[in-house]
Design a protein around this ligand. Structure first.
Ligand SMILES: Nc1ncnc2c1ncn2[C@@H]1O[C@H](COP(=O)(O)OP(=O)(O)O)[C@@H](O)[C@H]1O
Ligand SMILES: [Mg+2]
Length: 366
């Protein structure tokens, strides 16, 4: 039987381009070469897809791109890659299965998933619906609310409404939320565009910052909290990972403390009572199914330090995937190895594909 050719898609047109390179490096290194053949598919910051066949070490420093472009110039017949369509050198011709390891917009949000659906290529992780709903904080909040899941009180509105000035927002924050608040763009990730605001004077700047990233904005009541996360694997029957706690080096878990500050720590399992752990995992499973997630995701919570009440914060459809990242560590804590997590994601991708395309089969083993 020929090996399954897994196309690992990395980089991307997103503020989290570098983070994707880190995640993809770990994932590619862990894919069992006895079972799978890795095809590296890099997306540049401009959105160009490039086939890359150089050393893995060149991903993180970004050198892969120059090498891929040079190879393409030297040998267009081999290195050109047609994303859409059928026939030689198309994505469908080059890979059997896709594993998008892309964070943020244009990859974690259902766009790449939609492309793979159209191409009839099975893929790992959430489908279009789960990825899109999880990526959009405003939509996710509405679904969580409908599901009766507790979340931080918030105000949502369109960036266009800022044209009328910010006084009306200051009034609403004062009466409905109080300070501190977190101002967020609806559609980002990795804390990009998010500000913590402790007094009214800081609000306008935070609003403009968030508005630079998205049309729709959220102002959320700041919870004096601990940050807890769990991993979910599955399409319909779910496996829950351990519960972990983030101990951010900064005042909150901003972009820098997430990826570049060694003082940010992860504690697994989180030091919380077993009933809390159970409650969190139940909420995570409900939230995952409510958003239509499949494959895998990381579900994040805020826990009030005084009352210990749990608030669902968000679902990450393609969470950080380095060896030091929370998602794989939570799965490893329940007994899986890092390569087993990837294999399970591939299996779940094929399982979903078969349910959706009964009879129309690309699995080389069948
Ligand atoms: N309502 C809140 N109360 C307290 N801290 C928050 C709140 N919302 C966000 N944060 C802090 O900001 C970080 C980033 O916010 P989050 O909503 O998770 O966005 P992202 O999608 O960018 O990860 C969180 O990890 C947490 O540290
Ligand atoms: Mg987050």
């Amino acid at each position: 039987m020929s090996k399954i050719r897994i196309g690992v898609i990395f980089g991307g047109k997103s503020g989290e381009h570098e983070v994707s390179l880190m995640s993809a490096t770990s994932v590619i290194r862990a894919i069992d070469p006895e079972k799978f053949q890795v095809v590296m598919l890099g997306i540049t910051r401009q959105g160009q897809w490039l086939l890359y066949e150089g050393p893995l070490e060149a991903l993180i420093p970004g050198e892969w791109q120059a090498k891929a472009e040079e190879d393409l110039r030297k040998d267009p017949a081999h290195f050109s890659l047609c994303i859409l369509g059928q026939g030689p050198n198309t994505l469908s011709d080059r890979i059997d299965f896709a594993l998008p390891i892309l964070h943020g917009p244009n990859g974690e949000d259902g766009t790449v998933q939609g492309l793979l659906e159209l191409l009839n290529i099975p893929y790992g992780g959430c489908g279009v619906l789960g990825a899109a709903t999880a990526m959009d904080k405003v939509v996710a909040k509405k679904i969580f609310e409908h599901e009766g899941l507790r979340q931080a009180p918030c105000i949502t509105f369109n960036a266009g409404e800022l044209e009328q000035g910010t006084d009306w927002i200051l009034d609403r924050v004062k009466t409905e939320l109080g300070y501190p608040v977190f101002v967020k763009p609806s559609n980002m990730g990795s804390s990009v565009g998010i500000s913590k605001v402790t007094e009214p004077a800081g609000l306008p700047e935070a609003l403009w910052t968030a508005a630079a990233y998205d049309e729709r904005l959220i102002i959320e009541k700041g919870i004096h909290c601990r940050e807890l996360e769990t991993a979910v694997l599955g399409n319909y029957e779910l496996t829950l990972g351990a519960v972990g706690e983030i101990l951010p080096a900064a005042e909150y878990y901003d972009y820098k403390s997430k990826y570049f500050d060694a003082a940010s720590k992860i504690c697994i399992p989180a030091d919380i009572p077993s009933e809390k752990k159970q409650e969190l995992q139940d909420m995570a499973a409900r939230a995952y199914l409510a958003l239509g997630c499949q494959g895998y995701a990381r579900v994040d919570f805020l826990m009030d330090r005084d009352t210990m009440e749990l608030y669902i914060n968000e679902i990450n459809a393609i969470p950080g995937f380095t060896h030091a990242s929370m998602f794989p560590l939570l799965c490893m804590d329940i007994g899986m190895t890092y390569p087993e997590i990837i294999e399970r994601i591939v299996e779940l991708g094929y399982e979903r594909y078969h349910v959706k395309n009964k009879g129309d089969d690309r699995h080389p083993s069948r």
